[in-house]
Write a protein that binds this ligand. Structure first.
Ligand SMILES: [Zn+2]
Ligand SMILES: [Zn+2]
Length: 153
């Protein structure tokens, strides 16, 4: 569901508080980068965030966007969804949730499932090492692609 303006302001306040807590300076550029992430459910990649932030902050560089998202991910303030560096997608929602990934158009959609979020980590996984996060991804063809429509970006 699209976030309203008030909601964004609240999330920005929470963002500034989280930054303070983690000793990260909530600079103007970082706030604008976070705003672009928080206002969409698309899980944009670095390039997409950069293109959108640049409309309002022409002085921002791709490198700044990349480093900011990396830093915020390190601090747990945003979430990196895809594992591979080359196609990393970012999410302002850091609470655990599954995703649906469309193999045709690349859409990455949130899946709501209390059941999956409560799924315990099996002993066979913890035996292999310390589990720090769990990410369930469903792959398939999204409704828009299935109906032969191109998903608007
Ligand atoms: Zn699709
Ligand atoms: Zn998500």
């Amino acid at each position: 569901m699209p976030a309203g303006t008030n909601d964004i302001d609240e999330r920005l306040d929470a963002f500034v508080a989280a930054c303070r807590q983690h000793g990260v300076k909530a600079t103007h550029q970082r706030r604008e980068i976070y705003r672009e992430l928080a206002r969409t459910v698309e899980h944009p990649d670095v390039q997409t965030v950069y293109r959108r932030v640049r409309r309002r902050v022409p002085s921002v560089s791709l490198d700044t966007v990349y480093r900011t998202l990396r830093l915020l991910d390190d601090k747990g303030i945003v979430c990196r969804v895809a594992c591979q560096d080359a196609c990393a997608r970012f999410d302002a929602a850091t609470e655990r949730h599954p995703h649906f990934s469309c193999v045709k158009c690349g859409a990455l959609l949130d899946v709501c499932s209390d059941e999956l979020n409560a799924l315990p980590v099996p002993a066979s996984a913890t035996a292999l090492g310390t589990v720090t996060s769990v990410h369930v991804v469903f792959q398939g063809v999204c409704v828009a692609c299935r109906n032969g429509r191109q998903r608007g970006r």
